[in-house]
Design a protein around this ligand. Structure first.
Ligand SMILES: [Zn+2]
Length: 567
């Protein structure tokens, strides 16, 4: 379960095997509900029929949903075998092989108009997901029909794009670097580097959306922040970090880190969500972070976690794990419904009117629903959740020179090390090793007053030698105040507890109107457990119950807000 294995860098990924708990339960939900649900829908909406020669249906990049689904199945069967998932992968591999041209070209939409529209056609983007699926299969199983299809496609890309061209939607870059890492074939790395370097030349035709939409208005290393279409920008940044790490390009790595810093400080929601504009799915300008019109696409959350992980591996700095944690608990965990059969595409922080329940027999418009929907006309997000939950064990811990680094806390094991915790509901984390060894534990930035074996420890990473550790992270609820330059939420506070952002959902309150609510933020929220992770806050004029943002919208349509005006 290692989606990213750099050949150099500061830290090396290692696998965290969950044993129940917050993420273990979601990984099981992925297996029992999300992946089967996705399979049913990619069949229903025609994604698989496109490979069977039927008239093309769906968005231009429908093929990519099939590959992202395959990637989720591959990681999941690597975790625990499953005959049904194997049969699905076998069929997808055979369908892909049957549609591949002799020179390696493969796309069910553009087969008669190859590369006629690099700006919008997503052909290279689709190869990117095909290649990521193949890397997952190579690392959990070995060669099969799909991995061979992906290698032929990658070789075709290296020949076809030897001199010029990039894809309107980045993704091929990070995929080619990972295929290089999995196979050792340097041509994949060279082509990925060429795609990163060409961008901003410019390399694409101008369109009414402008070149910044494609991150093509200036060279990547000259940019000050992530900009344009959020998912494109973040996948491109992932690919750039991968190229920088493998080629030793310190200048490129430093440029991406500087852009990340700017983006986190000025273009990121408290949930970790990115992309504030529905229009063009754009990052928006600095401090343009409206709660009610937040786009905060689930895929952008996934991509942000992918980027944080790469930057953590490259630098070893805890701040990247802090941001990954925030995004995992408050964007990635928010998208899937409790039953795993509906998803948020956009993740706004304020719902002003109760939404309508979307139809269950057809696709919903993307970002057009205010409650979770079973599937979308553009359905990139559900399969992204599937592959992320299936591979999440590969995003929590690392090792280096015999030292184990635990970046995220969950109940389970890492090799011979046992981690016992009810995190994120409780802040106590016990770590036990079979032998004396050196372990580094992350103390999250929010965890002021944390102790390790009874001794105070500051946020960051703390490294000690021993056989048993007891980390206590204070889970006192707290009010978070926004940067005053974010006009949309000036005068408001958000309730947080540990890594979780909380919200007010109308269904929990004594009245439906959340517009007139005020909280007294002069003292910290007072906690009263009503259920794990839920607490009451009592204000002067009303009783307000805050619940975790990630669980909102699971009890029917309601209004909701994360940021609340304070008196
Ligand atoms: Zn998406």
């Amino acid at each position: 379960m290692k989606p990213v294995i750099p050949s150099r860098g500061t830290l090396e990924p290692t696998v965290f095997a969950f044993d129940g708990g917050f993420w273990g339960e979601r990984q099981e939900l992925n297996r029992s509900a999300i992946l089967p649900h996705a399979h049913e829908w990619i069949e229903r909406v025609g994604c698989l029929d496109n490979f069977r020669g039927k008239p093309f249906r769906g968005p231009l990049f429908a093929d990519s949903d099939v590959y992202k689904h395959f990637e989720g199945l591959a990681w999941e069967t690597g975790r625990r075998p499953d005959a049904t998932f194997e049969a699905w992968m076998e069929e997808i591999g055979a369908l892909a092989a049957a549609n591949q041209d002799a020179d390696g070209y493969l796309n069910t939409r553009y087969r008669d108009a190859r590369y006629s529209d690099l700006e919008w056609g997503h052909e290279l983007y689709s190869y990117g997901h095909l290649i990521q699926a193949a890397v997952a299969r190579l690392r959990t199983h070995g060669e099969d029909e799909l991995t061979q299809v992906a290698r032929r496609a990658a070789d075709h890309v290296c020949r076809q794009f030897a001199r010029d061209g990039v894809c309107g939607h980045p993704e091929i870059e990070l995929a080619l670097v990972e295929l290089y890492r999995a196979t050792g074939a340097e041509r994949y790395l060279h082509t990925a580097k060429a795609f990163v370097d060409r961008r901003g030349g410019p390399a694409l035709r101008d369109t009414p959306r402008g070149r910044a939409y494609f991150q093509d208005e200036q060279p990547l290393r000259a940019a000050k922040a992530f900009r344009g279409h959020a998912v494109r920008a973040l996948y491109l940044a992932c690919g750039a970090v991968d190229v920088a790490v493998e080629t030793g390009d310190e200048e490129l790595l430093a440029a991406i880190i500087a852009q990340w810093e700017h983006t986190i400080a000025r273009r990121t929601y408290v949930t970790g969500g990115m992309g504030s504009r529905h229009s063009d799915e754009d990052f928006g300008e600095d401090f343009e972070l409206p709660s009610d019109r937040a786009y905060s696409e689930t895929c952008a959350g996934v991509a942000s976690v992918m980027l944080c992980w790469r930057l953590l591996l490259a630098t070893g700095e805890a701040r990247f794990a802090d941001q990954a944690e925030r995004t995992l608990y408050n964007v990635v965990a928010t998208s899937p419904a409790q039953d795993g059969r509906a998803f948020f595409y956009a993740n706004p922080l304020h719902q002003r009117v109760p939404g309508e329940i979307p139809p269950t027999d057809r696709e919903s418009p993307r970002a057009g629903t205010s409650t979770r929907a079973p599937w979308f006309t553009v359905s990139c997000c559900p399969t992204n959740i599937g592959r992320t939950l299936a591979s999440l064990s590969g995003y929590l811990a690392t090792s280096r020179d015999g030292t184990l680094q635990i970046h995220q806390y969950a109940n389970g094991t890492i090799d011979d090390v046992r981690v016992t915790t009810d995190y994120p509901w409780a802040g106590a984390v016990t770590v036990q090793a079979d032998r004396e060894r050196t372990i580094s534990l992350r103390v999250p930035a929010w965890a002021r007053g944390a102790t390790l074996n009874g001794e105070p420890v500051a946020p960051g990473s703390v490294t000690t030698r021993g056989r048993e550790w007891r980390l206590d992270l204070p889970m006192t609820p707290r009010w978070t105040r926004p940067d005053p330059r974010v006009d949309a939420i000036r005068g408001c506070v958000a309730a947080e507890r540990g890594p979780l952002v909380y919200c007010l959902e109308s269904i929990d309150q004594q009245h439906d109107d959340l517009d007139g609510v005020r909280v007294d933020a002069s003292a910290p929220p007072s906690e009263e457990m009503t259920a794990p992770g839920e607490f009451l806050f009592v204000s002067e004029d009303a009783t307000l119950q805050f619940s975790p943002y990630h669980s909102w919208g699971n009890r029917g349509p309601s209004t909701m807000r994360v940021w609340t005006p304070h008196t």
